[in-house]
Ligand binder design. Structure first.
Ligand code: NAD
Ligand code: LMR
Length: 352
């Protein structure tokens, strides 16, 4: 299945090579069909899929590859399954790093970071050596921000701005909670931000959010919520007691109710992240964890979630947003956690 099924006369554009690690897992099963169907890069772009697994996940990935073939997606150019990182990242334009070591019983955060360092260090090095010059990387596997930091540290020839981590799921969760509370369509809400780490210490921030009304006018989300909830004090209370904990702990809620980590919603968010990075954001910013250059006093080099827009060539941080004292304090808490993770992986020798 490794060679191209397209011939030049059938293929409207050159194929894009997409590598997915952890392809035999739960997210992989939800993600691959959407990528192959054109949902991520559009219906005109042939996709070459390279699925990277470890030996225990190889059969599952091969089974998924058979099913992908059976879908007869017009956009699917070829599929290869491998356990060799050099082959998996060879010529890749887009790398989705999903495969990660889950936290096991009795495992401390340091154990988890060490186990994942052993995955993301070598994968970063393989991306450095074998990926295409324009490679874009999205880390989904947790702890996503710090795994992205480790991978980037092992890829000195790839600009750090190409290594990103996923907070789009948190962003989408925030939009959905707001839409449900206000009883409005999700697409009418814009300019919501997730700051910081993809963890319970993340910072969902609606202070610059807007709601587009049926007549086309936009009003501040806080104003719409005050009308709905009965005043500004009620909005503050709702944000503190309901909205922020709900969004920040939604991953844990899914694990408790579903019995395993979010998979289809994580896959949808990964598709959204790459879609907007490559295709550009529409009239709202979105959220993505990208390397900090010091904006909003976030330590340069940390991979933190920011409000971002893309014109198709790269993410740009939305600058000069005013932060309330409460949001600033929460960002500082999230930052402390990111610094602790960075310092821990540094002390383990996983980054210098
Ligand atoms: P899963 O256990 O179902 O699948 C993980 C797969 O990764 C397995 O098939 C495993 O064999 C493979 N794998 C492990 N090490 C690998 C390596 N070195 N190279 C290639 N493949 C490897 O897990 P899942 O539900 O698919 O979740 C994957 C990761 O995504 C987890 O870390 C999870 O916590 C994380 N996650 C992140 C977000 C987010 O918003 N950032 C959301 C949901 C889940
Ligand atoms: C999520 O946000 O759903 C996941 O990151 C949760 C997890 O720990 O896998």
């Amino acid at each position: 299945m490794g060679s191209s099924w397209f011939d030049d006369s059938m293929s409207p554009s050159s194929p894009v090579t997409v590598t997915v690690t952890g392809a035999g897992g739960q997210i992989g099963y939800a993600l691959l069909f959407r990528i192959a169907s054109g949902a991520m890069l559009g219906p005109e772009i042939p996709i070459r899929l390279q699925l990277l697994e470890i030996p225990t996940g190889q059969k599952a990935a091969e089974g998924t590859a058979l099913e992908l073939q059976d879908c007869a997606f017009p956009t699917l150019d070829s599929i290869a399954v491998t356990t060799d990182a050099a082959a998996g990242f060879n010529g890749t334009n887009i790398a989705l790093l999903v495969g990660a070591r889950p936290r096991g019983p009795g495992m401390e955060r340091g154990d988890l970071l060490q186990a994942n360092g052993a995955i993301f260090g070598p994968q970063g090095a393989a991306i450095n050596d074998y990926a295409a010059d324009d490679v874009k990387v999205l880390v989904v596997g947790n702890p996503a921000n710090t795994n992205a930091l480790i991978a980037s540290a092992h890829a000195p020839d790839v600009p750090a701005s190409r290594f990103t981590a996923m907070t789009r799921l948190d962003h989408n969760r925030a939009l959905a909670q707001l839409a449900a509370t206000l009883n409005v369509p999700v697409y009418s809400i814009s300019n919501v931000t997730i700051w910081g780490n993809h963890s319970a210490a993340q910072v969902p921030d609606i202070s610059h959010g807007l709601l587009r009304q049926p007549d086309g006018n936009k009003i501040p989300l806080v104003q719409a919520l005050a009308q709905k909830l009965g005043g500004t004090a009620s909005v503050e209370q709702w944000l503190e007691e309901v909205f922020i904990p709900r969004v920040a702990k939604r991953g844990a809620e899914i694990i408790e109710v579903r019995g395993s980590s979010s998979a289809a919603s994580a896959a949808a968010a990964a598709v959204d992240h790459i879609h907007d990075w490559v295709g550009g954001t529409a009239d709202s910013w979105t959220s993505a964890a990208i390397v900090s250059e010091g904006s909003y006093d976030i330590d340069p080099g940390l991979i933190s979630s920011f409000p971002v827009r893309s014109t198709g060539s790269g993410w740009q941080i939305e600058q000069d947003l005013e932060l309330s004292t409460g949001v600033r304090a929460r960002i500082d808490t999230s930052l402390r956690e990111l610094r602790e993770e960075r310092d821990l992986v540094r002390s383990l020798g996983l980054i210098s």
